[in-house]
Structures are given as structure tokens and as C-alpha cells.
Design a protein. Structure first.
Length: 201
């Protein structure tokens, strides 16, 4: 058999295998943290696996899992983000939930206590996007206001200071996307100890 024919057959089988996998795929979103992974299924349920020593898997324990484990029983999750050892998720009602490591207040619940199940981020409002670094978190409300909380030792909250926030109300970095930016829905991303923000203009 010629090399060309072998390569063709190999490519054919690889494509057929990949097509079969994606035809049966039930995952719609996935994100990775420092040592864990989270994903949303097509039915809106949330799953997590990997290291769980800080409660970042959200299943009520502080142990790791080698296979996906469901986070609670809700089926209305729409957005997720994973930090170093903490996790965040927004549901279809715009509520922001957090769990896992909280040594720097990165869960935004007004404490520094690690959580093994989801807790509401304080401040209310309708959350539209989230991003997470190792020990800090950013969120967007109504697509026009950006809030940051958690570790800020090297200015990762964008406040111009190095004050860390452990308060019940997340620090707001005043970035108001009013006219003509209303509903600009900024995209947030965090990694390590820095943060990125992308707007429409």
C-alpha cells in the first residue's frame, strides 16, 4: 500500500472518529482553572472535576474528582469562569455564584472562608459576564459596569491602588459604558495576576 493511500485512510478514520464524538457531544461551555475544570451541558447543568482541596468543585466536599461531578441540581447555568482554585457561574436570572478558595476575598461574599458549595456574590444586580485570575475576580453588571474583588497586590483590580477587597460589596472600578456604549457587553478575562477587558469600541 502506498504512503499516500495510508495517509488518506488515516485521515478518513480520524475525521470519522472526530465526527462521531462531536455528534454525541453534550457540552456547550468549558473553562479551566489552576487545577480544575468546569463545563456546562446542553441541558444547563454544571459539572466540575479535578482538584477539590479548596472546595472549587462545588459538590460539598474538599476532595478531588477524576470524572465530571454535578454542581448542585440547577439546570439554568449560562456562563462560567475558573480561577486558580475558585469557581464562578452565572445563571439565567443573572445571579452570580462563587465557591472554592477565598483567602483573598475572591468569592465576593464578604468573608475569607473557603466554600465547597455555591454562595451568592454580594451586591445584587444582573450579572452579564465574569472573569477570574488566580486570586481575584471581575464581573460585569448589565453590560455597562465593571466590578473587581479579591487579591490586588500588584494592581490586578485596576483601581490604581494595591488595596485588596474582602468586603461584602465588590470594589467597583468606575468604567461606565454609557451612551454610546450602552449594552456594549464587555468581555472579561483574567489569568494569573492580571486582567483583560474588551469593549465594543
Amino acid at each position: 500500500m502506498s504512503i499516500k493511500k495510508i495517509l488518506f485512510l488515516s485521515a478518513f478514520f480520524i475525521m470519522a472518529f472526530a465526527q462521531d464524538i462531536f455528534a454525541n457531544c453534550t457540552w456547550t461551555k468549558v473553562c479551566v482553572g489552576g487545577h480544575h475544570t468546569m463545563a456546562i451541558r446542553a441541558d444547563g447543568t454544571l459539572w466540575a472535576w479535578g482538584r477539590g482541596s479548596s472546595g472549587q468543585l462545588g459538590n460539598g466536599s474538599f476532595s478531588g474528582k477524576s470524572t465530571p461531578t454535578q454542581v448542585g441540581t440547577a439546570n439554568s447555568w449560562v456562563k462560567i469562569a475558573a480561577g486558580g482554585d475558585h469557581s464562578l457561574a452565572i445563571n439565567s436570572s443573572g445571579q452570580l455564584w462563587a465557591w472554592g478558595k477565598n483567602s483573598s476575598g475572591q468569592l465576593g461574599d464578604g468573608t475569607t472562608t473557603n466554600r465547597s458549595t455555591p454562595v451568592l456574590v454580594t451586591g445584587g444586580g444582573y450579572w452579564t459576564d465574569i472573569g477570574a485570575g488566580d486570586n481575584h475576580t471581575f464581573g460585569a453588571k448589565n453590560g455597562i459596569q465593571i466590578f473587581g474583588w479579591g487579591q490586588n497586590t500588584i494592581w490586578q483590580l485596576g483601581l490604581g491602588t494595591t488595596n485588596t477587597s474582602n468586603s461584602a460589596i465588590p470594589i467597583q472600578r468606575y468604567i461606565d459604558f454609557g451612551s454610546p456604549y450602552y449594552n456594549a457587553n464587555p468581555s472579561l478575562s483574567g489569568y494569573g495576576a492580571h486582567t483583560a477587558l474588551c469593549t465594543r469600541s
